[in-house]
Write a protein that binds this ligand. Structure first.
Ligand SMILES: Nc1ncnc2c1ncn2[C@@H]1O[C@H](COP(=O)(O)OP(=O)(O)OP(=O)(O)O)[C@@H](O)[C@H]1O
Ligand SMILES: [Mg+2]
Length: 358
Protein backbone atom coordinates (compact mmCIF):
# COMPACT_ATOMS: atom_id res chain seq x y z
CA UNK A 1 0.00 0.00 0.00
CA UNK A 2 2.75 2.41 0.90
CA UNK A 3 3.98 2.34 -2.68
CA UNK A 4 0.74 3.64 -4.12
CA UNK A 5 -0.43 6.39 -1.79
CA UNK A 6 -2.23 8.27 -4.52
CA UNK A 7 -4.40 5.47 -5.79
CA UNK A 8 -4.99 3.73 -2.51
CA UNK A 9 -6.92 6.55 -0.91
CA UNK A 10 -10.66 6.50 -1.17
CA UNK A 11 -11.95 8.67 -3.97
CA UNK A 12 -13.28 11.20 -1.48
CA UNK A 13 -9.82 12.03 -0.12
CA UNK A 14 -7.70 11.56 -3.23
CA UNK A 15 -5.48 14.57 -3.89
CA UNK A 16 -6.99 15.72 -7.15
CA UNK A 17 -5.20 17.71 -9.84
CA UNK A 18 -5.45 21.46 -10.02
CA UNK A 19 -9.03 22.19 -10.96
CA UNK A 20 -8.59 25.85 -11.85
CA UNK A 21 -8.82 25.06 -15.55
CA UNK A 22 -11.34 22.27 -15.46
CA UNK A 23 -14.05 20.85 -13.31
CA UNK A 24 -14.33 17.57 -15.15
CA UNK A 25 -11.34 15.56 -13.83
CA UNK A 26 -12.46 12.93 -11.33
CA UNK A 27 -12.27 9.36 -10.10
CA UNK A 28 -14.75 7.00 -11.78
CA UNK A 29 -16.16 3.88 -10.20
CA UNK A 30 -15.86 0.58 -12.05
CA UNK A 31 -19.64 0.22 -11.85
CA UNK A 32 -20.13 3.53 -13.63
CA UNK A 33 -17.70 2.57 -16.42
CA UNK A 34 -19.27 -0.87 -16.75
CA UNK A 35 -22.64 0.67 -17.31
CA UNK A 36 -21.25 3.40 -19.65
CA UNK A 37 -19.59 0.82 -21.93
CA UNK A 38 -22.27 -1.87 -21.71
CA UNK A 39 -19.86 -4.02 -19.68
CA UNK A 40 -16.97 -3.40 -22.07
CA UNK A 41 -19.03 -4.89 -24.84
CA UNK A 42 -17.15 -5.94 -27.96
CA UNK A 43 -19.47 -3.72 -30.04
CA UNK A 44 -18.23 -0.72 -28.07
CA UNK A 45 -14.60 -1.42 -28.81
CA UNK A 46 -12.87 1.41 -30.69
CA UNK A 47 -9.53 -0.30 -31.05
CA UNK A 48 -6.57 -1.69 -29.25
CA UNK A 49 -3.12 -0.29 -28.53
CA UNK A 50 -0.10 -1.08 -26.41
CA UNK A 51 -1.87 -0.16 -23.17
CA UNK A 52 -4.98 -2.24 -23.79
CA UNK A 53 -8.39 -1.95 -25.44
CA UNK A 54 -10.29 1.30 -25.91
CA UNK A 55 -14.11 1.36 -25.58
CA UNK A 56 -16.71 3.95 -26.47
CA UNK A 57 -19.12 4.77 -23.67
CA UNK A 58 -21.86 7.15 -22.61
CA UNK A 59 -22.21 8.55 -19.10
CA UNK A 60 -25.48 9.16 -17.29
CA UNK A 61 -25.36 12.85 -18.31
CA UNK A 62 -25.24 11.85 -21.99
CA UNK A 63 -21.58 12.76 -22.52
CA UNK A 64 -19.53 10.40 -24.65
CA UNK A 65 -16.27 8.96 -23.36
CA UNK A 66 -13.45 6.70 -24.50
CA UNK A 67 -12.24 4.28 -21.84
CA UNK A 68 -8.80 2.70 -21.99
CA UNK A 69 -8.49 -0.52 -20.06
CA UNK A 70 -4.99 -1.54 -18.97
CA UNK A 71 -4.47 -5.13 -20.09
CA UNK A 72 -1.39 -6.20 -18.15
CA UNK A 73 -1.32 -5.42 -14.47
CA UNK A 74 1.96 -5.42 -12.60
CA UNK A 75 3.50 -3.63 -9.62
CA UNK A 76 5.62 -1.58 -11.98
CA UNK A 77 2.63 -0.62 -14.13
CA UNK A 78 0.74 0.22 -10.95
CA UNK A 79 3.36 2.65 -9.71
CA UNK A 80 3.71 4.31 -13.07
CA UNK A 81 -0.05 4.47 -13.55
CA UNK A 82 -0.41 6.35 -10.28
CA UNK A 83 2.29 8.92 -10.88
CA UNK A 84 1.59 9.42 -14.57
CA UNK A 85 -2.14 9.84 -14.15
CA UNK A 86 -1.58 12.42 -11.48
CA UNK A 87 0.82 14.45 -13.63
CA UNK A 88 -1.16 14.13 -16.85
CA UNK A 89 -4.44 14.96 -15.17
CA UNK A 90 -3.09 18.48 -14.61
CA UNK A 91 -2.31 19.25 -18.23
CA UNK A 92 -4.79 21.41 -20.13
CA UNK A 93 -4.43 22.71 -23.69
CA UNK A 94 -6.87 23.10 -26.58
CA UNK A 95 -4.89 20.64 -28.71
CA UNK A 96 -4.26 17.97 -26.09
CA UNK A 97 -6.68 15.18 -25.29
CA UNK A 98 -6.91 15.61 -21.57
CA UNK A 99 -7.88 12.99 -19.07
CA UNK A 100 -11.39 13.07 -17.70
CA UNK A 101 -10.30 10.78 -14.92
CA UNK A 102 -9.37 7.26 -14.04
CA UNK A 103 -10.61 4.21 -12.22
CA UNK A 104 -8.50 1.91 -10.05
CA UNK A 105 -10.46 -0.89 -8.42
CA UNK A 106 -9.08 -4.34 -7.70
CA UNK A 107 -6.78 -5.11 -10.60
CA UNK A 108 -8.69 -2.93 -13.05
CA UNK A 109 -6.88 0.22 -14.19
CA UNK A 110 -8.83 2.42 -16.58
CA UNK A 111 -8.31 5.86 -18.04
CA UNK A 112 -11.24 7.96 -19.19
CA UNK A 113 -11.04 10.53 -22.00
CA UNK A 114 -13.51 12.59 -24.00
CA UNK A 115 -14.65 10.63 -27.04
CA UNK A 116 -13.37 12.12 -30.31
CA UNK A 117 -16.08 11.52 -32.94
CA UNK A 118 -13.80 11.91 -35.94
CA UNK A 119 -11.40 9.31 -34.54
CA UNK A 120 -7.74 9.35 -35.45
CA UNK A 121 -5.73 11.08 -38.14
CA UNK A 122 -4.53 7.63 -39.20
CA UNK A 123 -8.08 6.51 -39.95
CA UNK A 124 -8.47 9.47 -42.35
CA UNK A 125 -5.08 9.27 -44.01
CA UNK A 126 -5.04 5.57 -44.82
CA UNK A 127 -7.48 3.81 -42.50
CA UNK A 128 -11.22 3.13 -42.40
CA UNK A 129 -12.24 6.74 -43.24
CA UNK A 130 -9.71 7.43 -45.97
CA UNK A 131 -12.20 6.75 -48.80
CA UNK A 132 -14.46 9.53 -47.48
CA UNK A 133 -11.76 12.05 -48.33
CA UNK A 134 -12.61 14.48 -45.54
CA UNK A 135 -9.17 15.98 -45.02
CA UNK A 136 -8.89 18.96 -47.35
CA UNK A 137 -5.79 21.13 -47.31
CA UNK A 138 -7.02 23.70 -44.79
CA UNK A 139 -7.93 20.94 -42.32
CA UNK A 140 -4.48 19.41 -42.77
CA UNK A 141 -2.78 22.76 -42.17
CA UNK A 142 -4.90 23.32 -39.02
CA UNK A 143 -4.02 19.84 -37.80
CA UNK A 144 -0.30 20.48 -38.39
CA UNK A 145 -0.30 23.82 -36.54
CA UNK A 146 -2.65 22.71 -33.75
CA UNK A 147 -0.73 19.55 -32.99
CA UNK A 148 2.59 21.44 -33.08
CA UNK A 149 1.14 23.88 -30.55
CA UNK A 150 -0.01 21.02 -28.31
CA UNK A 151 3.40 19.36 -28.35
CA UNK A 152 5.18 22.71 -27.87
CA UNK A 153 3.02 23.19 -24.78
CA UNK A 154 4.11 19.78 -23.42
CA UNK A 155 7.79 20.53 -24.10
CA UNK A 156 7.98 24.12 -23.01
CA UNK A 157 5.08 25.08 -20.77
CA UNK A 158 3.81 22.04 -18.86
CA UNK A 159 5.27 21.52 -15.37
CA UNK A 160 7.13 19.20 -15.30
CA UNK A 161 7.94 19.27 -19.02
CA UNK A 162 6.55 16.21 -20.80
CA UNK A 163 8.09 14.24 -23.65
CA UNK A 164 5.36 12.47 -25.61
CA UNK A 165 7.48 9.49 -26.78
CA UNK A 166 4.77 8.02 -29.03
CA UNK A 167 3.89 10.63 -31.62
CA UNK A 168 2.08 8.91 -34.49
CA UNK A 169 -1.04 9.30 -36.60
CA UNK A 170 -3.22 7.06 -34.38
CA UNK A 171 -2.46 9.29 -31.39
CA UNK A 172 -3.72 12.41 -33.16
CA UNK A 173 -7.48 12.45 -32.62
CA UNK A 174 -10.04 14.71 -34.26
CA UNK A 175 -13.04 16.29 -32.60
CA UNK A 176 -16.39 17.02 -34.27
CA UNK A 177 -14.97 20.15 -35.95
CA UNK A 178 -11.74 18.36 -36.99
CA UNK A 179 -9.70 20.21 -34.39
CA UNK A 180 -6.78 18.00 -33.47
CA UNK A 181 -6.17 16.61 -29.97
CA UNK A 182 -2.85 14.93 -29.32
CA UNK A 183 -3.45 11.84 -27.17
CA UNK A 184 -1.41 9.47 -25.02
CA UNK A 185 1.33 11.91 -24.07
CA UNK A 186 3.61 10.72 -21.32
CA UNK A 187 2.11 7.25 -21.28
CA UNK A 188 4.63 5.44 -23.44
CA UNK A 189 6.43 4.02 -20.45
CA UNK A 190 3.23 2.45 -19.15
CA UNK A 191 3.03 0.13 -22.14
CA UNK A 192 4.28 -3.31 -21.10
CA UNK A 193 7.35 -4.75 -22.82
CA UNK A 194 6.53 -6.33 -26.19
CA UNK A 195 2.80 -5.75 -25.71
CA UNK A 196 2.09 -5.26 -29.41
CA UNK A 197 3.86 -5.76 -32.68
CA UNK A 198 4.22 -2.02 -33.07
CA UNK A 199 5.68 -1.28 -29.70
CA UNK A 200 9.43 -1.60 -29.60
CA UNK A 201 11.78 -2.23 -26.74
CA UNK A 202 12.24 1.51 -26.41
CA UNK A 203 8.47 2.22 -26.30
CA UNK A 204 7.53 3.87 -29.50
CA UNK A 205 6.43 2.95 -32.96
CA UNK A 206 8.71 1.87 -35.73
CA UNK A 207 8.93 4.41 -38.51
CA UNK A 208 8.61 7.29 -36.05
CA UNK A 209 11.60 6.61 -33.84
CA UNK A 210 14.49 9.06 -33.84
CA UNK A 211 17.70 7.14 -34.56
CA UNK A 212 19.36 8.08 -31.27
CA UNK A 213 16.27 6.86 -29.39
CA UNK A 214 15.91 3.66 -31.41
CA UNK A 215 19.56 2.74 -30.93
CA UNK A 216 20.39 4.05 -27.46
CA UNK A 217 16.96 4.56 -25.87
CA UNK A 218 17.84 8.21 -25.33
CA UNK A 219 14.50 10.04 -25.08
CA UNK A 220 14.40 13.81 -25.34
CA UNK A 221 12.23 16.56 -26.77
CA UNK A 222 14.12 16.30 -30.05
CA UNK A 223 12.97 12.67 -30.43
CA UNK A 224 9.40 14.01 -30.43
CA UNK A 225 10.44 16.62 -33.02
CA UNK A 226 11.76 13.81 -35.23
CA UNK A 227 8.50 11.83 -34.95
CA UNK A 228 6.51 14.99 -35.62
CA UNK A 229 8.52 15.48 -38.84
CA UNK A 230 7.46 12.00 -39.97
CA UNK A 231 3.87 12.82 -39.13
CA UNK A 232 3.98 16.05 -41.18
CA UNK A 233 5.24 14.06 -44.16
CA UNK A 234 2.29 11.66 -43.76
CA UNK A 235 -0.12 14.59 -43.56
CA UNK A 236 1.28 16.11 -46.76
CA UNK A 237 1.66 12.92 -48.79
CA UNK A 238 -0.91 10.48 -47.36
CA UNK A 239 1.86 7.87 -47.28
CA UNK A 240 2.66 5.57 -44.36
CA UNK A 241 5.89 6.14 -42.39
CA UNK A 242 7.42 2.92 -43.71
CA UNK A 243 6.88 1.40 -47.12
CA UNK A 244 7.82 -2.23 -47.67
CA UNK A 245 9.98 -2.47 -50.79
CA UNK A 246 11.29 -5.99 -50.28
CA UNK A 247 11.32 -8.68 -47.62
CA UNK A 248 14.34 -7.08 -45.96
CA UNK A 249 13.95 -3.42 -46.75
CA UNK A 250 11.39 -0.89 -45.65
CA UNK A 251 11.87 2.59 -47.04
CA UNK A 252 11.14 5.40 -44.61
CA UNK A 253 8.93 8.24 -45.72
CA UNK A 254 11.80 10.73 -45.28
CA UNK A 255 14.02 8.60 -47.44
CA UNK A 256 11.35 8.85 -50.13
CA UNK A 257 10.69 12.58 -49.63
CA UNK A 258 14.18 14.02 -49.30
CA UNK A 259 15.41 13.37 -52.86
CA UNK A 260 12.17 14.85 -54.22
CA UNK A 261 12.57 17.94 -52.00
CA UNK A 262 16.18 18.34 -53.14
CA UNK A 263 14.97 18.46 -56.72
CA UNK A 264 12.12 20.80 -55.65
CA UNK A 265 9.57 18.28 -57.01
CA UNK A 266 7.00 19.18 -54.36
CA UNK A 267 3.96 18.53 -56.55
CA UNK A 268 4.86 14.86 -56.80
CA UNK A 269 4.77 14.58 -53.03
CA UNK A 270 1.19 15.78 -52.53
CA UNK A 271 -1.41 13.26 -51.39
CA UNK A 272 -3.34 12.26 -54.54
CA UNK A 273 -6.52 12.57 -52.44
CA UNK A 274 -5.97 16.34 -52.42
CA UNK A 275 -6.47 16.26 -56.21
CA UNK A 276 -4.05 19.15 -56.58
CA UNK A 277 -6.20 21.39 -54.39
CA UNK A 278 -3.72 22.86 -51.90
CA UNK A 279 -1.78 26.07 -51.28
CA UNK A 280 1.62 25.50 -52.86
CA UNK A 281 3.60 27.77 -50.53
CA UNK A 282 2.06 26.13 -47.47
CA UNK A 283 2.64 22.67 -48.86
CA UNK A 284 6.31 23.38 -49.50
CA UNK A 285 6.63 24.89 -46.02
CA UNK A 286 5.12 21.77 -44.45
CA UNK A 287 7.47 19.46 -46.34
CA UNK A 288 10.61 21.52 -45.61
CA UNK A 289 9.75 21.79 -41.91
CA UNK A 290 8.99 18.06 -41.82
CA UNK A 291 12.36 17.16 -43.28
CA UNK A 292 14.39 19.37 -40.95
CA UNK A 293 12.48 17.89 -38.02
CA UNK A 294 13.20 14.35 -39.24
CA UNK A 295 16.91 14.83 -39.83
CA UNK A 296 19.30 12.36 -38.26
CA UNK A 297 21.29 14.83 -36.15
CA UNK A 298 19.24 15.80 -33.07
CA UNK A 299 21.12 19.08 -32.43
CA UNK A 300 20.14 20.33 -35.86
CA UNK A 301 16.41 19.77 -35.40
CA UNK A 302 14.26 22.80 -34.54
CA UNK A 303 12.40 23.08 -31.24
CA UNK A 304 8.61 22.66 -31.30
CA UNK A 305 8.23 26.40 -30.63
CA UNK A 306 10.24 27.07 -33.80
CA UNK A 307 8.15 24.49 -35.66
CA UNK A 308 4.96 26.35 -34.70
CA UNK A 309 6.19 29.67 -36.05
CA UNK A 310 7.66 28.06 -39.17
CA UNK A 311 4.38 26.30 -39.97
CA UNK A 312 2.38 29.46 -39.34
CA UNK A 313 4.54 31.33 -41.85
CA UNK A 314 5.82 33.69 -39.13
CA UNK A 315 9.47 32.81 -39.65
CA UNK A 316 10.00 33.10 -43.39
CA UNK A 317 13.60 34.30 -43.05
CA UNK A 318 14.38 31.21 -41.02
CA UNK A 319 12.56 29.08 -43.59
CA UNK A 320 14.68 30.57 -46.38
CA UNK A 321 17.82 29.68 -44.39
CA UNK A 322 16.51 26.15 -43.88
CA UNK A 323 15.75 25.78 -47.57
CA UNK A 324 19.40 26.50 -48.29
CA UNK A 325 20.55 24.00 -45.70
CA UNK A 326 22.99 21.36 -46.76
CA UNK A 327 20.39 18.58 -46.62
CA UNK A 328 18.38 20.25 -49.40
CA UNK A 329 21.34 20.78 -51.73
CA UNK A 330 20.19 19.41 -55.09
CA UNK A 331 23.59 17.84 -55.78
CA UNK A 332 23.45 15.66 -52.69
CA UNK A 333 22.77 12.01 -53.00
CA UNK A 334 21.85 9.45 -50.39
CA UNK A 335 19.18 9.35 -47.74
CA UNK A 336 18.24 11.11 -44.56
CA UNK A 337 17.57 7.85 -42.80
CA UNK A 338 17.42 4.28 -43.83
CA UNK A 339 15.87 1.48 -41.88
CA UNK A 340 16.84 -2.03 -42.74
CA UNK A 341 14.39 -4.32 -41.09
CA UNK A 342 15.21 -7.87 -40.15
CA UNK A 343 12.75 -10.47 -41.44
CA UNK A 344 9.04 -9.87 -41.14
CA UNK A 345 9.25 -8.73 -37.55
CA UNK A 346 9.22 -4.97 -37.72
CA UNK A 347 10.41 -4.73 -34.11
CA UNK A 348 14.00 -5.07 -35.04
CA UNK A 349 15.94 -2.13 -36.43
CA UNK A 350 19.41 -3.12 -37.40
CA UNK A 351 20.68 -0.07 -39.19
CA UNK A 352 20.01 3.63 -39.41
CA UNK A 353 22.29 6.14 -41.07
CA UNK A 354 22.43 9.81 -42.00
CA UNK A 355 22.59 10.60 -45.71
CA UNK A 356 25.96 10.93 -47.39
CA UNK A 357 26.97 13.95 -49.41
CA UNK A 358 28.63 13.52 -52.75
N1 LIG B 1 -10.65 9.45 -27.08
C1 LIG B 1 -10.79 8.68 -28.15
N2 LIG B 1 -11.81 8.91 -29.00
C2 LIG B 1 -11.95 8.14 -30.11
N3 LIG B 1 -11.12 7.14 -30.46
C3 LIG B 1 -10.08 6.87 -29.65
C4 LIG B 1 -9.86 7.62 -28.45
N4 LIG B 1 -8.75 7.13 -27.85
C5 LIG B 1 -8.31 6.14 -28.63
N5 LIG B 1 -9.08 5.98 -29.72
C6 LIG B 1 -8.88 5.01 -30.79
O1 LIG B 1 -8.74 3.72 -30.23
C7 LIG B 1 -7.73 2.99 -30.91
C8 LIG B 1 -6.72 2.43 -29.92
O2 LIG B 1 -6.06 3.51 -29.28
P1 LIG B 1 -4.74 3.30 -28.44
O3 LIG B 1 -4.26 4.65 -28.02
O4 LIG B 1 -4.98 2.30 -27.37
O5 LIG B 1 -3.77 2.62 -29.48
P2 LIG B 1 -2.80 3.24 -30.54
O6 LIG B 1 -2.96 4.74 -30.59
O7 LIG B 1 -3.01 2.52 -31.84
O8 LIG B 1 -1.37 2.87 -29.99
P3 LIG B 1 -0.68 3.40 -28.63
O9 LIG B 1 -0.96 2.36 -27.60
O10 LIG B 1 0.76 3.47 -28.97
O11 LIG B 1 -1.27 4.73 -28.30
C9 LIG B 1 -7.07 3.96 -31.91
O12 LIG B 1 -7.58 3.67 -33.18
C10 LIG B 1 -7.52 5.30 -31.48
O13 LIG B 1 -7.66 6.15 -32.60
MG1 LIG C 1 -3.00 5.88 -28.80
Amino acid sequence: MAFFPFLCRRSSDVREPDRRNSNTWRVFSLKELHSATNRFNYDNKLGEGGFGSVYWGQLWDGSQIAVKRLKVWSNKAEMEFASEVEILGRVRHKNLLCLRGYCAEGQERLIVYDYMPNLSLMSHLYGEHSAENLLDWSKRMNIAIGSAEGIAYLHHHATPHIIHRDIKASNFLLDSGFQVRVADFGFAKLIPEGATHVTTRVKGTLGYLAPEYAMFGKASESCDVYSFGILLLELASGKKPLEKLSSTWKRSISEWALPLARERRFQEMADPKLKGDYVEAEFKRMVLVALVCARGTPEKRPTMLEVVSLLKGEANEKLAILENDDIFRPDRIGTSSRFVVAGNDSNCIIEEKEGMGK
